[in-house]
Design a protein around this ligand. Sequence first.
Ligand code: MRU
Length: 341
Amino acid sequence: MIETIQWIDDCVVMIDQTRLPVEEKYVHCRTYQEVATAIRDMIIRGAPAIGVAAAMGVALGVLRTPDEAVDGQFETICETLARTRPTAVNLFWAIDRMKRLYGSVRAQPVGEIRRRMIEEALRVREEDIAICRAIGRNGEPLVPAERTILTHCNAGALATAGYGTALGVIRAAVEAGKNVDVFADETRPFLQGARLTVWELQQDQIPTTLITDNMAGHFLKSGRIGCVVVGADRIAANGDVANKIGTYSVAVLAKENNVPFFVAAPISTLDLTLASGDQIPIEERAAVEVTHVFGQQVAPEQSRVENPAFDVTPSRYVSAIITEKGVARAPYEDSLRKLAG
Ligand code: MRU
């Protein structure tokens, strides 16, 4: 099993996702600042995984801060981690959870506070794996047997504490004995599909074909794709879905070709405070991710570049949202609120 993120000997240990698939290297974060850098630099990425990293980062911050400074430093620790990436709401969800716990234990001896914070961060990780398994179980019946499933970006074990959301649904379909194979969009500019999804599914011997992003329409039209399954970074109350840039184009092409488009995500990815996806903050990343492909320049000097890391798919393109608590369908205002309880 792939270990995306672990707590080992009072360090946060992550597989370096910027090096995969060429190198399997692990990064040891000894401070909360190192965890924040790892999230910003996408050593760890994927909405649930950065939530787990943030929870562990808060625990690490409390662990490493001298006794007398913990109370004064706590907000700074949380703020530093919150400023890393703006779109995936799981990051803020995890920090809020750690803040709530801190509020309830802050009057206790520092040793006890540290113990409780570490315990909570480990619980966030364990729960995430169980949640992904439940998403898989709930999504599996929607996957047609003997068909090809298209996915975009990486919403797998590497994007979570383990098993994955979209790839969790695919894993559950395989475990249920369905003969399925996967088409993985390469996912420019960061290549999460090519580098991570293909690598991860190869580990499990799930047959996977790599395509470039601009081939998705061709294959959706061809009749070869039985359904699309993707993850999400934030889902608004009306069911609009922020996910990796390029997801929207896939969703429109899926609808045009009558191919079901499923989103798999934990309840912690819902942001019911936002009425629609228009209010979701979209991260803009460095131009060099577009002008260069792994150090190799592919555009002229001084090229004007835009690099939004995510787009928003309007809910009318979403056939269903698969969560650990069940499957939501339109009208999402009602179904998502019911699931969120
Ligand atoms: O920029 P990334 O790699 O963090 O973006 C990841 C995605 O868009 C995933 O699809 C999403 O976080 C869901 S992961 C289970």
